[in-house]
Design a protein around this ligand. Structure first.
Ligand SMILES: [Zn+2]
Length: 68
């Protein structure tokens, strides 16, 4: 029986960067900016200007709070 074998993704990249799930599309991404992956940022830039403005405000808030 091999039922006890844990399901593990290929962890070859774990030492380099920690994958984080995107808060918008839930895809795991190595790089997210205020929770959004590059695909979402690109998609927002092309198709969702209102979402992108909201995201930019979040980004500004995150940067400002980091500097305090
Ligand atoms: Zn995403």
């Amino acid at each position: 029986m091999t039922a006890e074998v844990a399901e593990r993704p290929d962890d070859a990249l774990d030492a380099v960067a920690e994958p984080v799930p995107c808060t918008r599309c839930s895809n795991t991404a190595l790089l997210t900016i205020v929770g959004r992956c590059a695909d979402c940022i690109s998609d927002m830039g092309r198709n969702h200007p209102e979402e992108r403005e909201a995201w930019k405000r979040e980004l500004t808030t995150a940067i400002e709070s980091r500097g305090q």
